[in-house]
Design a protein around this ligand. Sequence first.
Ligand SMILES: Cc1cc2nc3c(=O)[nH]c(=O)nc-3n(C[C@H](O)[C@H](O)[C@H](O)COP(=O)(O)OP(=O)(O)OC[C@H]3O[C@@H](n4cnc5c(N)ncnc54)[C@H](O)[C@@H]3O)c2cc1C
Length: 310
Amino acid sequence: MNADVNADVVVLGGGAAGLAGAVALARSLRDVVVVDAGEPRNAPAGHAHNVLGREGIDPLDLLAAGREEARGYGARILADRAVTARRDGSGFVLELLSGRVVRARRVLLATGLVDELPDVPGLRQFWGGSVLHCPFCHGYEVRGQRIGVLGSRPTALHQALMFRRLSPDVTLFVQDLDVPDETARQFRALGVTVREGTVRRVGGTPGDLVVDLDGEDVGVQALVVTPYYRARADLFRQLGGQLATNERGEFVPTGPGGATDVPGVWAAGNVADLSAMVAGSAGAGVLAGAAIHGDLIAEDARALVAAHPW
Ligand SMILES: Cc1cc2nc3c(=O)[nH]c(=O)nc-3n(C[C@H](O)[C@H](O)[C@H](O)COP(=O)(O)OP(=O)(O)OC[C@H]3O[C@@H](n4cnc5c(N)ncnc54)[C@H](O)[C@@H]3O)c2cc1C
């Protein structure tokens, strides 16, 4: 099959991690192609917080600026989706949804993750606004409000304590979840209300939600959920990679600089670190870009020496 795009490095995903990696690589005069399907995880949120120097920026504006910076150093950005990945000699071949083919010597996987929300009707329409997961991302914005925490996973117990720091009015809706005695004592001491039962649906309007708890309407202004975080890692699996799991979800295991167990493949951002926020993802992307560049430098130097009688 003929390749129509060749590069030193293909970056899969043009979120904070991928674009930061692309900038680092392009500034090292690497030929970089970013393939991006254009669905960053935080797109439902209007603002990105804890982004130093760009506090509160629209997430899509941040990425638009990142794309311009990457292009400014010569990176090519394809609005496309990689659908297959395979090894080809010492490099890789990626087929894109458009039918294009990319060949590259190295892969930086920065495809992010999917937030699998609890299966509660009505919940998704408020996701990224009144339904939230991260006290650091948007906790400040709901400080002092009536906050509900959907206790469908063990990490919700910690969430309840985190959000209690931000508001005196926190209700934990416990569903199929054991609350250890010590945690129950902490909730009593801190004034966290615990309600048992099944949350059947979530309705209302943004900032004025109605939680249907076994037929009883409970009003909250914000509802905290604990998604299952699933790395977007089909391409990694196609390349022979294996995922790891922890209590929060499923991710690509990495070593220093984002190296994976698959030679030639690095990973950065949420695909490898389920907790990484925007700044952390960008930082991981830079480190992975630097590591890939170093790896190519070493390979090229070895090849040069092997090819010439120095
Ligand atoms: C609702 C919400 C609000 C948030 N708010 C904040 C906040 O205020 N501050 C903060 O620091 N963090 C926030 N986060 C976390 C933030 O979204 C992540 O830290 C960040 O998006 C991770 O960047 P990333 O580059 O790893 O992945 P992403 O930003 O998700 O980017 C991955 C990119 O890869 C693309 N992609 C996936 N598969 C393919 C493929 N096969 N081919 C091509 N492209 C592909 C996707 O379309 C996407 O564009 C929030 C998260 C959520 C869910």
